[in-house]
Design a protein around this ligand. Structure first.
Ligand SMILES: O=C(O)COP(=O)(O)O
Ligand SMILES: [Mg+2]
Length: 226
């Protein structure tokens, strides 16, 4: 039997230009074990991905702020502190950076995401003055979030609901927001494009980047299961 998977999305299932790699649509529908899509993106994104792959909507969104499994949604964490940080950042001239009609934050319930072009030094300075809030840099966005929330904690909740332990999961990811997943998963892989935090936390760093890396993990797991 192949193991359950905890898969990051951006940088892990995507091409270097940010598209879902078409191989996801070949490999993931047929994976014969649960797949948890664990992302920093807002809730609708992994739900849509799971839906169009024909998979159960078993997802972690907002870096663990939202978990959905077996038809139940858990919203963890209070967005007020993160929103207050971003308000103070704006008052000091900072810009969230997504332009008009920001769809990045429109459905976001527990945190705020800022463009990679945002003034990170100012953001970190403002956030440092507020307890229990941190700034996480995924390479795709800066996330202002509660320190109590993480993908790894949410994976524990999702795994419980599925009746397995988080250690039964194999995780693949690319950035600092995957470190907590790597800590609780039984086996963890950083793709070659991963940042230093993810590389340091993973059991193995892959030679291949993006979906090439993820495909190599899935191929290896399938061979092992034969
Ligand atoms: O939303 C982001 O910043 C990154 O998303 P990811 O966790 O799927 O890589
Ligand atoms: Mg990622």
């Amino acid at each position: 039997m192949v193991p359950p998977l905890a898969l990051d999305i951006d940088g892990t299932l995507t091409t270097p230009t940010g598209r879902i790699d078409p191989r996801a649509f070949e490999l993931l529908p047929a994976w014969d074990a649960p797949i948890v899509f664990a992302t920093g993106k807002a809730f609708p994104y992994p739900v849509a991905l799971a839906h169009f792959l024909g998979r159960e909507e078993t997802v972690i969104a907002e870096n663990g702020g939202v978990a959905h499994v077996e038809g139940e949604t858990a919203i963890v964490g209070d967005p007020d502190a993160a929103r207050a940080v971003v308000e103070a950042f704006r008052e000091r001239g900072g810009e969230v950076g997504w332009g008009d009609g920001d769809t990045v934050n429109r459905w976001r319930e527990t945190e705020v995401a800022l463009s990679p072009d945002a003034d990170a030094d100012l953001l970190r300075e403002v956030a440092a003055a507020v307890d229990d809030v941190e700034v996480v840099d995924t390479g795709y966005a800066y996330h202002v979030k509660s320190t109590a929330v993480s993908k790894g904690r949410a994976l524990g909740v999702v795994a419980d609901a599925l009746g397995v332990g988080p250690a039964s999961f194999v995780a693949v990811g690319d950035s600092e927001n995957d470190v907590s997943t790597f800590e609780v998963a039984g086996e963890s892989y950083a793709v070659a494009n991963a940042d230093d935090a993810a590389r340091g936390a993973a059991d193995a760093v892959l030679d291949e980047g993006f979906m090439d890396g993820t495909v190599s993990v899935l191929d290896g797991l399938r061979e092992r299961a034969e």
